[in-house]
Design a protein around this ligand. Structure first.
Ligand code: DO4
Ligand code: MG
Length: 285
């Protein structure tokens, strides 16, 4: 089962349940206007199954603009959860290498704040590369959709845009490398009802197009994430509450080679086999 937020023309955002590749069911006909309240339901997948059997208005996916699934949730991220990410970070930085090495094996994971909801972009909206950075990359990541009780209610696709030269210069610059206008894309679909064991079989793919050329492509598997999902969530919810739930990006396992940087006009396409596709053009911010 997949959920999404969508808009028709200048209409208000609505909640859709994906029926098939072409069709959404409009859940606003059932009085469901917000994903956040839906995420609080116990047994969400079963409830969606019931809704799917009802005679709700159908909307063609081709006729809507898909939006990011973020409403009021803060967006957080974990880092250095894949061996590939640890190695790349150790190479990019002289004096931060030990920090990355240590955090990969430490009991406490690296967790960082990524974005306020209003700073998140949805599908087809531009993601940003900083005007003052020279080495910019996308980070394709599985994102957990968490409710206020810290339950993983679904999965979506995230792009943790990063400036590697700023991050590599000094670890204390991490917030500047990670948090700026358009530095986070999420969506469009929220996959509900999949277990961790199932999610771990999913493939993550990244394609970067420049004009008609694919200038980088890579893939990994969610199964490469080192830590159990619940461990990542439990650290996020330690001494911290999220009344609207939260989104948690789970780290990258795909890192383009060191000579590669994004350019304005590139198109970043991230696919996660159990979730869907997220595609964004790139702009300088
Ligand atoms: O500490 C740097 C950030 C790590 C990160 O974003 C990742 O591994 O995906
Ligand atoms: Mg990341």
């Amino acid at each position: 089962m997949k959920l999404c937020r969508f808009q028709q023309g200048q209409g208000r955002p609505r909640v859709g349940l994906v029926l098939d590749e072409q069709t959404l069911l409009d859940l606003s006909a059932e009085g469901i206007d917000r994903l956040t309240s839906l995420f609080e339901f116990e047994g969400l997948a079963a409830q969606l199954g019931t809704l799917a059997g009802q005679n709700l208005p159908r909307v063609a996916l081709a006729d809507v603009k898909l939006l990011s699934p973020v409403e009021q949730q803060e967006v957080w991220a974990v880092g250095v959860t894949y061996l590939r990410s640890k190695k790349a970070r150790m190479e990019e930085s002289d004096f931060s290498a030990t920090a990355y090495d240590k955090v990969y094996d430490a009991a406490r994971p690296e967790l960082f704040f990524k974005a306020m909801p209003e700073k998140v972009v949805g599908p087809a909206e531009a993601v940003g590369i900083r005007a003052d950075a020279a080495w910019n990359v996308p980070e394709p990541e599985l994102a957990f959709v968490l409710n206020s009780r810290g339950h993983i209610v679904g999965y979506t696709i995230g792009n943790d845009m990063s400036s590697r030269d700023i991050e590599g210069e000094n670890l204390l610059y991490l917030p500047q490398a990670k948090i700026y206008n358009r530095s986070c894309a999420l969506g469009p679909f929220v996959r509900v009802g999949a277990s961790e064991a199932e999610a771990r079989t999913w493939k993550i793919e990244l394609h970067i197009r420049r004009g008609n050329e694919v200038v980088f492509q890579g893939e990994t598997s969610v199964g490469q994430i080192k830590r159990p999902f619940e461990e990542l969530v439990s650290f996020l919810f330690r001494s911290q509450s999220f009344p609207h739930g939260a989104m948690l990006l789970t780290g990258t396992g795909i890192v383009p080679p060191d000579g590669f940087t994004l350019r304005a006009g590139d198109r970043v396409r991230i696919g996660i086999s159990g979730v869907g596709l997220l595609e964004n053009p790139v702009a300088v911010v």
